[in-house]
Design a binder for this molecule. Structure first.
Ligand code: GLA
Length: 717
């Protein structure tokens, strides 16, 4: 090694990561609570000494950032290579350490026999305690090298962290929290769908048995990548447990020619001793400071109207103008024209690929609608699904070779569409020029960028698997458009929340959380979403009275309440609104506008609540302002529901409590009371209580009907 560094100690405000570099591998020594600056790292190394285990190698194989087969490691390796010789046995050893400050390190390891170099780039963000780690493999030889797997990193977990929270689900049911008990052996999730997916969010939290939303140790991991992935936690027979996350590569997908390199996606990880919400807050602050663009951050998130569940494909200019007027009267600030505006798009069977305004529906182009929207003082947004092509499209008739496929294999039908091969430059250029033309011609300030099928046949024109290159090509296409049109904001949608990750968020500004606008379903979807993603990125719309996906009938009061702690919008046929629904919706729009700065900058506190309800809070950094939502989901099994305890207020501080939802009116409690309770809540409204009374003692709640919600505002006095 050309420079001698025994230990790399990175730290933020609250956590430290220490790598032991005394041997020839960057081995894991510590990741947890921040160590004092003057800590004697040698002494930690002494304390970490492990004896020879029975029936094991005399020297324990160190758990490094990238454990390898060549090292003799018999757990799930961090790197698997293959080639014409013995590349599978590669053992890169530390050759260089750059550790310019206590937040950054770059570690280079080289296998001079197999001509392979491994580079780990690690940053521990000082402000938020979020680690970001990437690993690169370089082919330094003169023959080709296959990368079969290269995890972004392998990080050891304390063995007492034996519980895992994963995020599972399905279409219209994303981000479902699942608790798993870890055992000896491997817990693994693979996503092979070619997009982030509805069912396998690439992240998890490992924690110990005492951890909850308010307290305890928790380690969060998220892979910022929108393609295939594999995430795992492995407990070795010798008791050590580690997490490993990386891109799942298809056979032969990445072959490095001499001097080429592969770069893993970035792993984002963080540690907290203060429970799950505090851990999420670290990720939220990281996204706010490192991922969301300054321009988007500076602007209040506008209230959306989206046409999808209102009109579907049934577009016409007069109706759209009418809806725009109605939307504006409700306080909408951005009008988004969803699917159905381009040539041949009368349903979901045709048209994808032909990104030209349908003259049959819009004889004068989109100008009449956009001008109307702009005259009403709203921004205009447009839906695209650039990566897709319908076989029934002019583009496909002209270029069938532009679709990804596996030669000789029949394509599985999937929403009548195929996936364009974005690894072809001509395809990229075509899409860029179609979208660029529209952005140049019209005043479009927002794109809803959709992606509605999995990559089941991801072969390029050379019949090579292409998910890796396709994912990078999508990022590059969006970046190219953004570079030319920096004022345009982009929403990442994939049949709802199937592309929600920090990779796509480097290029986009909002996530369409789920196709389910059912407020009750949304509660658990949004709760899962909140673990790694902050509320301002979470598209949340007031949907139709009878939900289109579940057919559940929900009051406006409930539908509106569920959108407040996100990026609010509405998506329905506004012509269906009754006068009172309209008033309620308007009231929620005003509340959102009034409180969005708090919601989009504050601390999101998930509350520990019994099964039948869900509670959330947002508290300002200085604890002078807070909002709490109380959602009653099911019938409670005792005759009265018990106390609602807030969390996160300053216990010494006095707060004025106001019930801000439902809004104060004669009809206020209509439909919410099993027995008349109005006095109880009316008596609380406007009174002053200490933070301690509200949090440690709690509020004895009246019996609300299921599917109803209250929102409380607390203001320091
Ligand atoms: C996907 C999206 C929806 C809508 C439709 C349009 O399903 O998630 O919000 O845009 O496509 O086809």
């Amino acid at each position: 090694m050309n420079n001698k560094v025994n230990f790399v100690h990175l730290h933020g405000q609250k956590s430290s990561l220490v790598l032991d570099c005394r041997q020839s591998l960057p081995s894991f020594l510590y990741w947890g609570k921040r160590l004092h600056k003057e800590v004697d790292l040698e002494s930690l190394a002494v304390l970490s000494f492990r004896q020879e285990a029975p029936s094991s190698s005399a020297k324990e194989v160190a758990l490094s950032l990238t454990p390898t087969i060549g090292q003799g490691f018999s757990g799930h390796p961090g790197l698997t290579l293959s080639g014409s010789k013995d590349e599978w046995g590669a053992l890169p050893l530390l050759t260089k350490i750059d550790n310019p400050n206590s937040q950054q390190a770059t570690l280079t390891s080289t296998d001079s026999h197999r001509h392979v170099q491994l580079i780990h780039e690690i940053t521990l963000d000082n402000e938020t305690d979020v680690l970001s780690i990437q690993t690169k493999v370089k082919n330094k030889g003169d023959a080709s090298l296959n990368v079969d797997w290269c995890a972004a990193a392998t990080l050891q977990l304390p063995t007492y962290c034996d519980r895992l929270i994963a995020f599972e689900g399905a279409w219209a049911k994303e981000f479902q929290i699942q608790h798993h008990q870890l055992q000896s052996g491997i817990y693994v999730r693979e996503n092979r769908k070619g997009r982030t997916s509805h069912d396998n969010f690439p992240g998890f939290v490992a924690h110990d048995k005492t951890t909850n939303e308010y307290q305890g140790e928790a380690y969060g991991f998220h892979l910022g990548w929108s393609g295939n992935n594999k995430i795992l936690v492995n407990q070795l027979g010798d008791g050590r447990r580690y997490a490993q996350l990386g891109e799942l590569l298809l056979p032969g997908e990445v072959t490095l020619n001499p001097h080429e390199e592969y770069q893993s996606p970035t792993l984002y990880a963080s540690f907290s001793t203060e429970g799950l919400s505090a851990l999420s807050h670290q990720f939220h602050r990281y996204v706010r400071s490192q991922i969301i663009s300054d321009a988007v951050k500076a602007k209040p998130r506008p209230v959306h109207y989206n046409t999808w569940e209102g009109l579907y494909f049934d577009h016409d200019v007069a109706t759209l103008k009418g809806l725009a007027e109605k939307a504006q009267s409700l306080g909408v600030e951005r009008f988004v024209l969803d699917d159905g505006w381009f040539v041949g798009r009368n349903d979901d069977k045709a048209g994808l690929g032909d990104w030209f305004v349908d003259q049959a529906v819009y004889p004068e182009g989109l100008s009449p609608v956009i001008d109307k929207v702009n005259e009403l003082g709203m921004e205009f947004g447009l839906w695209f699904e650039p990566e897709m092509i319908n076989p029934d499209s002019d583009l496909y008739r002209k270029h069938p070779e532009w679709a990804l496929s596996i030669p000789h294999n029949e394509q599985l039908p999937f929403r009548h569409q195929l996936v364009l091969d974005l690894t072809q430059t001509a395809v990229q250029d075509y899409l860029f020029s179609c979208i660029d033309d529209l952005l140049s011609q019209y005043n479009i300030s927002y794109i809803k960028w959709d992606m509605n099928r999995d990559l089941n046949h991801p072969g390029d024109i050379m019949a090579k698997p292409a998910v890796h290159r396709q994912t990078l090509a999508v990022y590059a296409l969006i970046k190219r458009l953004k570079d030319k049109h920096p004022q345009v904001e982009i929403e990442s949608c994939a049949s709802g929340g199937a592309r929600a990750d920090y990779g796509i968020l480097q290029q986009t500004d909002r996530i369409w959380t789920s196709d389910s606008n059912d407020a009750l379903e949304r509660l658990s979807i949004q709760k899962g979403f909140s673990f790694f993603l902050p509320p301002e990125l979470m598209g949340s719309h007031v949907g139709p009275r009878d939900c289109h996906i579940t057919h559940r009938h929900l009051s406006m009061s409930t539908r509106a309440a569920v959108t407040l702690f996100g990026h609010m919008g509405m998506e329905m046929d506004l012509r269906e609104l009754t006068d009172s629904e309209q008033d309620e919706l308007k009231a929620m729009v005003s509340l959102y506008k009034k409180h969005r700065s708090l919601i989009h900058n504050g601390f999101l506190q998930r509350l520990e609540t019994p099964e039948h309800m869900l509670g959330l809070g947002v508290i300002s950094e200085d604890k002078s302002q807070a909002l709490y939502a109380y959602h009653m989901m099911q019938v409670h099994n005792a005759s009265l529901p018990g106390r609602f305890k807030l969390y996160g207020l300053d216990s010494q501080q006095l707060y004025k409590l106001n019930i801000i939802w439902p809004v104060d009116s004669e009809e206020r409690w209509k439909g919410m009371a099993v027995f008349n309770f109005s006095n109880i809540l009316n008596d609380l409204d406007g009174k002053v209580f200490s933070g301690q009374a509200l949090c440690d003692f709690g509020i004895e709640m009246p019996l609300l009907t299921p599917q109803s919600a209250l929102i409380l505002q607390l203001t320091a006095v």
